[in-house]
Design a protein around this ligand. Structure first.
Ligand code: SAM
Length: 333
């Protein structure tokens, strides 16, 4: 099959060339907007093996996928994940292998990730105050994450982006500190609007919601922002800061719907191909992968056929009970 000919196109003419693979639903953090305090994780037998994940990555790239992001849960806590990273990093046609991480393992792993071909990474960081960081992540150690960020900088990744979910009453007063930190370290930073995924009891999402426009207005009190059309292939809308290389991104699933530009699909930790983060349309790839009669061509045909299920857009309603009961750690961000 010719890898340069796009095969994954949905009913709305959107070409899918970006896949997010959730390699584990487990995480060493329990961020309040992402998980419940007491989580039940998927039994190991139901989680895709590293070999199954690799077969999927290969099938996708043969269908024209150019970018794979490993996510979770925390991808770097999966046993032997580096084996998968190394294998995926060698797939012909794959232009970018990247990952989202909470940073806790980067001190020991960033060198190996770079060696395996990872050039850009996203690191979540919602607070620069140890006690607040602990309250948001429930179990996280800020010092370890900041050391991980420094290790990633020293490793020489081409681009490092911080991701911050801003919640009113939690960390909105840290917006400027986070921007200053990103600028000082020469990193990009994206601010994410909280999405109603999974039933959480920590806070009322409607009350804590902080829109991208509110975050931007706060930043603009100090830094003039210049709108850009730059894209890193994801949903962030970027602004440039005068006199700095850092870019400020906004991921606004509520206030600025970006579905018309969607080029992504996700594979959940149990091998469900999820066509949209905000809908339940999905295809069970695990059964296919585990059926010995499935040929590589059958798998490709299933991926192509699945594109017809991709919905036009998501609908998030913060005042209602979440429609989507899966937590973000199942799906990967
Ligand atoms: N553990 C990795 C990390 O921390 O980046 C990868 C998985 S995490 C689920 C990916 C991203 O999703 C993080 O930036 C996290 O802040 C974000 N996230 C989790 N739950 C969210 C929610 N309900 N709304 C918006 N973003 C969320």
């Amino acid at each position: 099959m010719d890898a340069s000919s796009p095969q994954l196109v949905d009913r709305f003419g959107r070409r899918v060339d970006y896949v997010r693979l959730s390699v584990t639903d487990r995480c060493d953090f329990r961020c309040v907007y992402c998980m419940a305090e007491d989580m039940h994780f998927v039994p190991r037998a139901e989680v895709l093996s590293l070999e199954e994940l690799y077969r999927l990555g290969k099938a996708f790239t043969q269908l024209g996928v150019k970018k794979i992001r490993l996510t979770g849960g925390e991808p770097l806590v999966r046993h032997n994940v580096m084996h998968l990273v190394e294998q995926l990093g060698q797939l012909p046609g794959l232009e970018e292998l990247t990952l989202s991480t909470n940073g806790s393992q980067l001190e020991r792993m960033s060198g190996a990730l770079h060696k395996a071909g990872v050039r850009r990474i996203n690191i979540s960081l919602d607070s620069l105050k140890p006690d607040k960081f602990k309250r948001i992540t429930r179990t996280g150690d800020l010092g370890k994450v900041l050391a991980g960020i420094d290790a990633a900088i020293a490793t020489g990744f081409e681009r490092i982006k911080l991701n911050a979910v801003i919640l009113k009453g939690r960390n909105e007063e840290e917006i400027m500190d986070l921007v200053d930190y990103a600028v000082e370290k020469g990193l990009d930073i994206s601010f994410i609007e909280e999405m109603p995924l999974g039933l959480i009891d920590d806070h009322d999402r409607a009350l804590s919601f902080c829109s991208s426009d509110e975050v931007r207005a706060i930043i603009e009190q100090r830094y003039p922002l210049t709108d850009t059309s730059e894209s890193t292939g994801g949903p962030s809308h970027y602004y440039r800061l005068t006199g700095s290389d850092s870019r400020i991104g906004f991921i606004s699933p509520h206030s600025h719907n970006f579905c018309h530009l969607c080029n992504r699909v996700r594979v959940t930790v149990e091998g469900r191909l999820l066509l949209c983060l905000g809908n339940e349309h999905s295809v069970d790839l695990r059964s296919l992968l585990r059926d010995e009669n499935t040929s590589p061509d059958d798998l490709s045909q299933a991926l192509i056929a699945a594109m017809d299920l991709k919905p036009e857009k998501h609908h998030f309603d913060l005042d209602a009970e979440p429609d989507i009961v899966r937590f973000m750690n199942m799906t990967g961000g």
